[in-house]
Design a protein around this ligand. Structure first.
Ligand SMILES: Cc1ncc(COP(=O)(O)O)c(C=O)c1O
Length: 370
């Protein structure tokens, strides 16, 4: 089945007379559950919810593995760290991955006796540091620098070295790239971003190739209480049906914007894995179906970057990415990343590309006028 068909129908129950296509959210703390707990499919809302079951089924069709949904992307990250890492273990992170993932590992998990090693995403640099590693963590394309590593090659080397492999697939989404089929043990994402794409919820999930991880993942979620709300999960499932439509338009727009920016003298360091001239392109084409909505570039300094953002009329100034609205921010305002003050992370939405480029052109001209 073509992925566009798959994603439109993913996780929908079999047609039943008089039933909706996608059942609405089920709001329940406790469920009616007489007798033995095992006799009731649902008992208490921290353990399970019918809407989670449908959404997890949908994502498992896209990921090619068993899925558990979590309250946020960070809840998904912490579940994998928490299940795999024990005192004395070594985790090998990308030095350029999402800064909160590095913070969590370097703070809480270091205090718990885990050793954190880091190497850049570019050039598969993590391959040289695999000795004694329990968990190899990849994030490709990395956020916000958009470097790419070869998942298949690194997963195979990591397995030979006895490590498990997790891929944070947030920037690409399960439609853009399929880490489990490339050899990863865990594929996880912040569903807050392009997967759901409407800037109206916070959510995450973990997919596993080996279904025996599903039970401990679920136990972690239940016991830590890192559970999503029924409404968020229903909104996410509803949004999933348009993922192919949204992502294809967003990626076309991202490529056109990257090409436009690459031709502008005020702009340097344009990165987009879909650009033929991008240093990551040759690896990206081997493993990605779509190159994602995010483009990054550098403006001369902090003031000019702020002037540019303030002059955009269509592009929203906002953090996060993947929404169907085009957004951009000066990423250094958050700290935690090794990037210049004028570094901009832009996420292409679904608007008309000519309108977007006209807005960017206007803002660059206004910036240069200063
Ligand atoms: C690559 C990546 N992973 C994980 C997260 C965390 O996701 P959430 O904000 O849904 O907790 C983010 C958020 O920006 C992210 O960019």
């Amino acid at each position: 089945m073509n992925y566009r068909t798959l994603v439109t129908r993913a996780g929908l129950p079999k047609p039943a007379q008089g039933a909706p296509f996608l059942p609405g959210p089920v709001f329940a703390g406790p469920f009616h559950a007489a007798g033995e707990i095992a006799d009731s499919p649902y008992s208490y809302g921290r353990y399970h919810n019918p809407g989670w079951t449908l959404y997890e089924q949908a994502l498992s069709e896209l990921e090619g593995g068993t899925v558990r949904v979590f309250a946020s992307g960070m809840a998904a990250v912490s579940a994998v760290f928490g299940l795999v890492l024990r005192p004395g273990d070594v985790v090998l992170l990308p030095s350029d991955c999402y800064h909160t993932t590095r913070r969590l590992a370097g703070g809480f998990f270091t205090q718990m006796g885990v050793t954190v090693r880091m190497a850049p995403t570019a050039g598969n640099a993590q391959q040289d540091m695999l000795g004694g590693v329990k968990l190899l963590w990849l994030e490709t394309p990395s956020n916000p620098g958009l470097d790419v590593c070869d998942i298949r090659e690194l997963a195979s080397m990591a397995h030979e070295a006895g490590a498990l492999v997790a891929v944070d697939n947030t920037t690409a989404t399960a439609l853009g790239q399929n880490p489990l089929s490339l050899g990863a043990d865990f594929s996880l994402a912040s569903d807050t971003k392009a997967l759901t794409g409407h800037a109206d919820l916070i959510l995450g999930h973990v997919a596993v190739r080996d279904a025996t991880w599903a039970e401990p993942l679920q136990a972690w979620r239940t016991q830590m209480g890192a559970i999503p709300g029924p409404m968020e999960v229903w909104l996410a499932h509803r949004s999933l049906a348009t993922l192919a439509l949204r992502l294809e338009r967003q990626c076309q727009n991202a490529l056109a914007i990257a090409q436009f920016l690459a031709g502008r003298p005020e702009v340097s360091g344009v990165r987009y894995p879909g650009l033929a001239a991008d240093p990551a392109h040759h690896v990206a084409v081997r493993q990605m179906r779509h190159f994602g909505p995010v483009v990054s570039f550098v403006l001369p300094d902090r003031n000019q970057a702020e002037k540019f953002l303030g002059s955009c009329q269509l592009v929203y100034q906002s953090t996060s990415f993947g929404s169907l609205h085009t957004t951009a921010e000066r990423r250094a305002r958050w700290g935690g990343d090794d990037i210049p003050e004028g570094f901009i992370r832009l996420s292409a939405g679904c608007e008309d590309v000519e309108d977007l480029i006209a807005d960017l052109e206007h803002a660059l001209t206004a910036m240069a006028r200063e």
